[in-house]
Design a protein around this ligand. Structure first.
Ligand code: PNS
Length: 159
């Protein structure tokens, strides 16, 4: 059973994340999307909301489930019998930090990291940019799933 994890903050999930998750689901028996609970980082959506949004946009994939975790990704992997992390690589700028984490995760618990080059349609996309653009009234349709777009607009209208 090849079970892999796609860890991240997903604040909120973007079409770039979804592209990597769906491609990972096509290649492996099971994909666990793991949302990091990080109380020190200010987020726009609560962990519950992020998990809900992910569950909604991945509901058509029979082999994807969404979990939350705190602490180390490798500890989550060990606890869930996972030995592969799947990450998207958007550009060279992602590479240095991702490589460092991949090597550290291997050093810590022999967890492998597989990198997927992102679809060029989304190579410029990040949750932070989506939030910034939406906050100042820019159009982020097509960058996040429809259901996320609605929640994003509602949340920003509250602020
Ligand atoms: O979506 P993000 O914020 O870029 O995801 C980063 C994430 C959650 C994958 C990374 O920060 C992480 O794995 N955090 C958990 C803590 C951990 O394991 N740190 C050591 C990494 S070598």
């Amino acid at each position: 059973m090849a079970r892999v994890v796609c860890p991240g903050s997903f604040d909120p999930v973007t079409n770039g994340h979804l592209d990597v998750i769906s491609r990972a689901a096509a290649l492996h028996d099971e994909v666990v999307v793991a949302v990091l609970i990080n109380i020190t980082k200010k987020s726009l959506f609560t962990v519950d909301e992020r998990v809900e949004m992910l569950a909604e946009v991945t509901k058509d994939y029979g082999n994807v489930r969404v979990e939350r975790f705190h602490g180390l990704t490798v500890d989550f992997c060990v606890a869930n019998d996972i030995n592969i992390i799947v990450k998207g690589l958007r550009a060279v700028s992602d590479f240095e930090y991702e490589m460092q984490m991949a090597q550290m995760n291997y050093r810590l618990a022999k967890i492998e990291t597989l990198f997927m080059t992102t679809n060029p349609l989304y190579s410029f996309l990040s949750s932070s940019l989506v939030k910034e653009i939406a906050k100042y009234g820019g159009d982020v349709a097509g960058l996040v799933p429809e259901s996320v777009l609605g929640r994003l607009r509602a949340r920003l209208a509250e602020e």
